[in-house]
Ligand binder design. Structure first.
Ligand SMILES: Cc1cc2nc3c(=O)[nH]c(=O)nc-3n(C[C@H](O)[C@H](O)[C@H](O)COP(=O)(O)OP(=O)(O)OC[C@H]3O[C@@H](n4cnc5c(N)ncnc54)[C@H](O)[C@@H]3O)c2cc1C
Length: 216
């Protein structure tokens, strides 16, 4: 177990913030992996947002209403420390000849941001949020992806002009637009999204490989 100290916190919207920690010398990881953070006897998993060669460790965290650890992490002052496990998890990029789709909603974008920052290219990213403000890292990911598809599921807001914008959930987009074939899919975010996507892919795209991580 490592002990890491908070360097800074930056809010991205009303609920989500980035938390930056110092990096222990003997800590290594692969983009897409997560760690267990612990504080006052509570333990929760969080995905590393920064790439493996970064000098600091960053996380993207959504403050859950009534949530014990996300609430505490939203309040902790810089300089405070938390426990951190070794890196773990299998949501890591596997080079392939197949078309690669990354599908995320909410803070589930974190592993794909880490992969993009570590140099992974050639993927299509289908990125879901209620509103445009929830499409975290949209500009950086648009540059890294071969194709970036924003999917907004909330009420239409006037004046929003996004290239390739899909109105609806990420699942609707895949259902309507994906051509028959064999793909490698990486899914991260809410359990209902992962459930629906897995069901859709198993039913309509048999043989497609699915790697997934559910956050709730
Ligand atoms: C492998 C893995 C990686 C993860 N990575 C991240 C990450 O990078 N960023 C991040 O923000 N979270 C991530 N999570 C989720 C995180 O581990 C916690 O579950 C989350 O922060 C809630 O913890 P809490 O202590 O605040 O809430 P708790 O005190 O555990 O729960 C409070 C209430 O909120 C409900 N709840 C718990 N989680 C959610 C949720 N996600 N959405 C809605 N309601 C919820 C609970 O059912 C409970 O009723 C990850 C989870 C896993 C399994």
């Amino acid at each position: 177990m490592h002990r890491i100290s908070i360097l800074k916190r930056e809010w991205l919207d009303d609920e989500a913030f980035e938390l930056t920690f110092d990096r222990p010398d003997n800590f290594s990881f692969v983009a897409g992996q997560h760690v267990t953070l612990s504080l006052h006897g509570e333990e929760r998993d969080y995905t590393l947002l920064s790439p493996p060669d970064a000098r600091e460790l960053r996380f993207l965290i959504r403050r859950i209403r009534g949530g014990v650890l996300s609430g505490a992490l939203a309040e902790l002052a810089p300089g405070s420390s938390v426990g951190m496990s070794q890196a773990k998890g299998y949501l890591i990029y596997r080079p392939t000849d197949r078309p690669v789709y990354f599908v995320a909603n909410g803070v589930g974008i974190a592993p794909f941001m880490a992969m993009a920052a570590s140099g992974v290219r050639g993927f299509t990213l289908v990125h879901g949020a209620r509103e445009v403000s929830g499409l975290f890292y949209r500009r950086a990911l648009t540059m890294a992806a071969s194709r970036y598809i924003p999917c907004l599921s909330g009420p239409a807001q006037p004046g929003i002009m996004l290239l390739d914008l899909h109105r609806g959930h990420v699942t609707d987009y895949i259902d309507r637009h994906l051509k028959p074939g064999l793909y490698d899919f990486y899914l991260c975010g809410s359990r209902p999204m992962i459930h629906d996507m897995t069901h859709l892919l198993d039913e309509h795209f048999p043989g497609t490989r699915i790697y997934s991580e559910a956050y709730s």
